[in-house]
Design a protein around this ligand. Structure first.
Ligand code: GDP
Ligand code: MG
Length: 177
């Protein structure tokens, strides 16, 4: 890897959650501006970057897309928590199981980002599948509140399809530049 030009600050953000919740699609959407035609199960850690402009300063957002598989995680886990600037926890709104999986991800994060005040957000993905929702906004919001995280409900596939719920367009939907 080459050094960034001066003034390009890099923010490392890791994306965590059960397998299949849409972590790869979300990171792809953010960095490539579209939904991937097809994704393969992520192996180990993948990362994608996008440079955004904040107040005239170029900020490189480096999204680390992680795999859920235990056997890869064990060896990789140290690497992706190192020097992390923010953590995105993802569940799938159509999968109660993925929501129940969140506490163990949060626990892992606590253990590896010890004592640091890393900003964390909670993302409910696949809101386009509105007829299949298993995790309602109320329950998710309560959970987010109890962990002092903001909640964003969104869709990597169709970011505008959440009916305009508060906050969602600031997350995965904010890719319209
Ligand atoms: P990961 O294992 O968390 O990386 O999940 P992927 O990004 O590989 O997505 C898993 C599956 O969910 C794939 O078949 C995706 O096409 C699908 N998927 C991901 N995001 C969305 C979404 O927002 N809406 C819908 N309908 N499907 C999605
Ligand atoms: Mg993946």
């Amino acid at each position: 890897t080459t050094l960034p030009p001066p003034r390009t600050r890099i923010f490392k953000i890791i994306v965590i959650g059960d397998s299949g919740v849409g972590k790869t699609c979300l990171t792809y959407r953010f960095c490539a501006g579209k939904f991937p035609e097809k994704t393969e199960a992520t192996i180990g850690v993948d990362f994608r970057e996008r440079v955004i402009d904040i107040d005239g300063e170029k900020i490189k957002i480096q999204l680390w897309d992680t795999a859920g598989q235990e056997r890869f995680r064990k060896s990789m886990v140290q690497h992706y928590y190192r020097n992390v600037h923010a953590v995105v926890f993802v569940y799938d709104v159509t999968s109660a199981g993925s929501f129940r999986g969140l506490p163990s991800w949060i626990e892992e994060c606590k253990q590896h980002a010890l004592g640091t005040e890393v900003p964390r957000i909670l993302v409910g993905n696949k809101c386009d599948l509105r007829h299949f929702v298993q995790v309602g906004t109320d329950v998710a919001q309560q959970f987010a509140d109890s962990h002092s995280m903001p909640l964003f409900e969104t869709s990597a596939k169709s970011p505008g399809s959440n009916g305009g719920a508060d906050g969602a367009s600031g997350g995965g939907g904010g890719n319209s530049d």
